[in-house]
Design a protein around this ligand. Structure first.
Ligand code: ATP
Length: 268
């Protein structure tokens, strides 16, 4: 997909949070169990967005489910909400985990199955995002709550995946420290687009650290574009800092938050 199509697709996925699009045939579901959010995206057979639900959660650490019953409750609730909106049962779902944490695939599957899904595919997060981007050569960088994941692509194939423990949670911790406010308040400030200009200088050093992580894996690899996704990339101006630090053209869609969950659904 070229970046304009990605933009349009992601706009409709975001719209499907509040609007249910009509769908016939098989429904494809992507479950993203994240450190900061749990997201369910529903697409139709042709990958058109149908509906989406998400909830903030702290039931995972470093890609591992640490509160199984909490995760189960949330997924059950989101599934029930979607089923009510759609007037039909959701049966299959695809799941994904941060690269390098595949050994926790079983726990992720148990959460999905416990909530009533049959798991039809198990993927890694940054590779899932490429179902949306369809990149031939380049790198996808998924900056989530707890980690930064990378998928390096050559000739349309994922040739390397990496995951490092720095993400949006670290930005919020820095903000909480600088503003002398509790973590939850720092999260609110960070997610308020009207305050991004004010907070970016405070967060610059952590974003530069994320850029250093990216550099470690892309240096000398003849990569001409960095494709961003993940909730932390909502931060206005993050792409400019990453572009400056890496010296590589950096792009992100207007709504980077739902790229990975939508890509997971495409693989269902
Ligand atoms: P991980 O991939 O590390 O397991 P996750 O899947 O929960 O985590 P995402 O849902 O992609 O990660 O992103 C969550 C992060 O995005 C959180 O740190 C959250 O604060 C941040 N975030 C969400 N919205 C915004 C916003 N508008 N501005 C800045 N950051 C945001």
């Amino acid at each position: 997909m070229d970046i304009r199509h990605v933009e349009e697709f992601m706009r409709r996925v975001a719209e499907s949070e509040t609007k249910t699009f009509p769908a016939k045939g098989k429904l494809k579901v992507g479950l993203d169990l994240g450190t900061a959010y749990i997201v369910l995206v529903v697409l139709d057979e042709e990958n058109n967005p149908v509906a989406c639900e998400k909830q903030a959660a702290s039931v995972l650490r470093d890609g591992v489910v640490v509160d199984y019953s909490g995760a189960l409750d949330i997924v059950r609730r989101l599934k029930a909400k979607l089923e009510e909106r759609l007037g039909r049962e959701l049966i299959n779902c695809a799941i994904a985990m941060p690269a390098g944490t595949e050994s926790s695939a079983k726990t992720h599957s148990y959460v999905a199955e416990g909530a009533g899904f049959e798991v039809s595919a198990v993927l890694d997060e940054p590779s899932s995002a490429n179902a949306v981007y369809e990149i031939q050569d380049g790198v996808i960088v998924d900056i989530g709550g707890g980690t930064t994941g990378l998928a390096i692509l050559k000739g349309g194939e994922v040739v390397q995946v990496e995951d490092e423990p720095t993400g949006g949670t670290h930005l919020s911790l820095v903000l909480a420290g600088n503003y002398h406010v509790p973590f939850a308040e720092a999260e609110e400030i960070k997610q308020d687009y009207s305050r991004h200009k004010e907070i970016l200088p405070v967060l610059k050093a952590v974003v530069e650290k994320i850029a250093t992580i990216i550099n470690r894996y892309v240096k000398g690899k003849d990569i001409d574009t960095i494709y961003l996704c993940g909730g932390t990339c909502c931060l206005t101006g993050i792409e400019k800092i990453i572009e400056k630090e890496t010296g590589i053209k950096t792009v992100k869609p207007e709504n980077p938050f739902l790229v990975t969950p939508a890509g997971i659904a495409m693989n269902c």
